[in-house]
Design a protein. Structure first.
Lengths: 268, 268
């Protein structure tokens, strides 16, 4: 049975509000995911929250009622509260009717597998990171490797941008040295985006396993990283523009590689 | 000679702060562009602001000093102020040292030309819109057509996301009916993104002039719009994901079309 909480002063609500801050996420190991759709999709992937909050409005949808019932049965802490409290947790005027607090999960680097992986160094914008995770999911990448000081994939902004793909894509953190050892052990080809590279879609054959490596928004990959790449690729540019948004550049790289594989595995 | 203003209560500063709101932008016809780099790039494209604000720190860079001098000569209202005031105008803790207030310029639809154009219906997220304008610039598109209730390209968030491409890309507003008349008059092919489409990169030949047509973030193109397209294209998807971020999807479409044209006009 769901507990009822209507006071924003409740310690549990305070904890949930703290998940907007890195400190709160570090202390609890939790993150916020907003919306019934996300909670339903997560459940399909067998990802259950530690806490599931909802307003009475959420109970009008049979699928959400069933979800809450199943969450109860799985000993998830289910909490009925008000839209006002949900708004305070989400820091939004029009919050979703369901918010889950999930345990942060990173995979060990060795658990990542597949013909296509993404590695990101020093990404600063959580919206970019979340969008890249969403794109990685769309092309069926085997995971996303966060190198160096890449921002937190569990921040509210990053989670929002993933649109649920956070639950479907394996994430690992690794040092640059770990990444190089990993790609060597796997026999994977590290393909970096760089202005020094050959032009995208030079139709030279691609190896079986590729790790697309993207650098920081401002400065791209550093020299050591470029030197460690098996191949550098440059995105064609025209006119005045001198760079693309990072999430856009990553997507163009990933879709170009997937195209050369005839969109292997794409849904009909 | 630059005027000096240090009070946030100054009416002119209040006007500039109002440019964060649609009302303020509508009343003045102005928009804010932040950063010396943007102002320099705009000047290269012969776009000069109505007002150019800067803090003393900006004067340490010779190129910025020259810019301000030239702006003065062109009767731009140049204003020296404090970082605090700039922060209040930008609504940022660490504002740039230069902020320009530029006149909003839309082109008439008929002024848009070229082998590749982008049309957007009902886009809601200014970050997406700005990112699409940036990508359109990168692929040398002849302009971006804003159909229906597409959000304001002159909002601070959209301008930030364009990274200066707002000054380089022609923008026009048009009704859906205008868009259809325009594409017929030009003999252009309207290529819409749709789940009902053929898969991207079916290598059927592309017509000489293409307008890529993208719908709203939630619902895509409506049925009338799909019916008006000469061709519908679906982006391949794998796994759990059921859609891409709109700016990402637009970029994948644009780069695929440009690839089939051998990246014609790309910089070396």
């Amino acid at each position: 049975m769901a507990h009822q909480i209507s006071s924003a002063q409740n310690p549990l609500i305070k904890t949930l509000k703290s998940l907007h801050l890195k400190k709160g996420r570090a202390e609890t190991g939790l993150f916020l995911a907003e919306g019934a759709r996300l909670a339903l999709e997560a459940a399909e992937l067998d990802a259950w929250p530690e806490m599931l909050l909802f307003s009475p409005a959420a109970l009008e949808r049979p699928r959400v009622r069933d979800l809450i019932k199943e969450a109860d049965a799985r000993r998830v802490r289910t909490i009925e509260t008000t839209q006002t409290v949900l708004g305070q947790i989400a820091k939004r005027d029009n919050p979703q009717t369901v918010i889950g607090a999930y345990r942060q999960r990173l995979a060990p680097l060795e658990a990542l597998d597949g013909a296509l992986l993404v590695a990101l160094d020093g990404i600063r914008d959580p919206g970019n990171l979340g969008t890249i995770i969403r794109t990685a999911d769309s092309v069926g990448a085997g995971g996303v490797i966060l190198v160096g000081e890449t921002c937190d994939p569990f921040s509210v902004e990053a989670v929002r941008a993933t649109m649920g793909s956070l639950f479907a894509v394996k994430l690992a953190r690794a040092s640059f040295e770990d990444l190089v050892r990993f790609k060597q052990a796997r026999g994977a080809s590290l393909v970096g985006a760089s202005l020094k590279g050959e032009r995208l879609a030079q139709e030279t054959p691609l190896p079986e396993r590729v790790i697309v490596f993207m650098g920081n928004e401002q400065s791209g990959l550093n020299e050591d990283m470029e030197a460690a790449c098996d191949r550098l690729v440059k995105l064609p540019m025209r006119g005045r523009a001198d760079s693309l948004n990072l999430a856009v550049a990553t997507a163009v790289m990933l879709y170009d590689i997937w195209r050369r594989r005839d969109y292997d595995g794409a849904r009909a």
